[in-house]
Design a protein. Structure first.
Lengths: 115, 115
């Protein structure tokens, strides 16, 4: 069964420090991997995705994520955090062979960046 | 280009009432879906559609109906609202179901409270 785990409910970092939001997945075959961000009372905004090729994916707002097939992980990273990065982050996976076409979401990680 | 538009943004219902959440997209996307978001549970798929006239159930379909008479619109109907349906609902769409790597875009959400 497909699943996504975000092991940390909350991540707190100081502004200017690097941040990492962790994600591991379990899916049959090779997945498509996504990160979304949700600001309070707003919808989900697409950040980046891994389809194929380079394991390091660059996305919006200076975020990047590294696909590690052996560890089945897709951690989200940013070299220097901003207070405005504070939001709820979701990792999601889509099975390449799925006829359902759905995204499987993690439970979300609340990122707080302190000034 | 408005993207994915949901209405209403906020709604309070009494138990047993019915209502329809509207969703429209102007991107000519084939694939549309409805998710519900509950605290600590990520997003769960309710129903989805791979094109006009075609719908199917997702992970948590009970108590909800959908139809897809046009490419643009994908309304979600609550037949007889229950407190367990208190949630945030997101409509989502992507260009083509056949390529699972396509990004899924989300609406701004509909906050529903059933009392």
């Amino acid at each position: 069964a497909q699943s996504v785990a975000q092991p940390e409910d909350q991540v707190n970092v100081a502004e200017g420090n690097p941040l990492t939001v962790k994600c591991t997945y379990s899916v049959s075959g090779n997945p498509y991997l996504f990160w979304y961000v949700q600001y309070p009372n707003r919808g989900l905004q697409f950040l980046l995705k891994y389809i194929t090729g380079d394991n390091l994916v660059k996305g919006s707002y200076g975020f990047e994520a590294e696909f590690n097939k052996s560890q089945t992980s897709f951690h989200l990273k940013k070299p220097s955090a901003l207070v405005s990065d504070s939001a709820l982050y979701f990792c999601a996976v889509r099975d390449r062979g799925s006829t359902l076409g759905r995204l499987y979401f993690g439970r979300g990680t609340q990122l707080t960046v302190w000034p | 280009n408005a993207g994915v538009t949901q209405t209403p943004k906020f709604q309070v219902l009494k138990t047993g009432q019915s209502m329809t959440l509207q969703c429209a997209q102007d991107m000519n996307h084939e694939y549309m879906s409805w998710y519900r978001q509950d605290p600590g549970m990520g997003l769960r798929l309710i129903h989805y559609s791979v094109g006009a006239g075609i719908t199917d159930q997702g992970e948590v379909p009970n108590g909800y109906n959908v139809s897809r008479s046009t490419t643009e619109d994908f309304p979600l109907r609550l037949l007889s609202a229950a407190p367990s349906q208190t949630s945030v609902y997101f409509c989502a769409s992507s260009y083509s179901f056949e390529s699972s790597g396509n990004t899924i875009y989300f609406g701004e959400g509909s906050w529903l409270t059933v009392v």
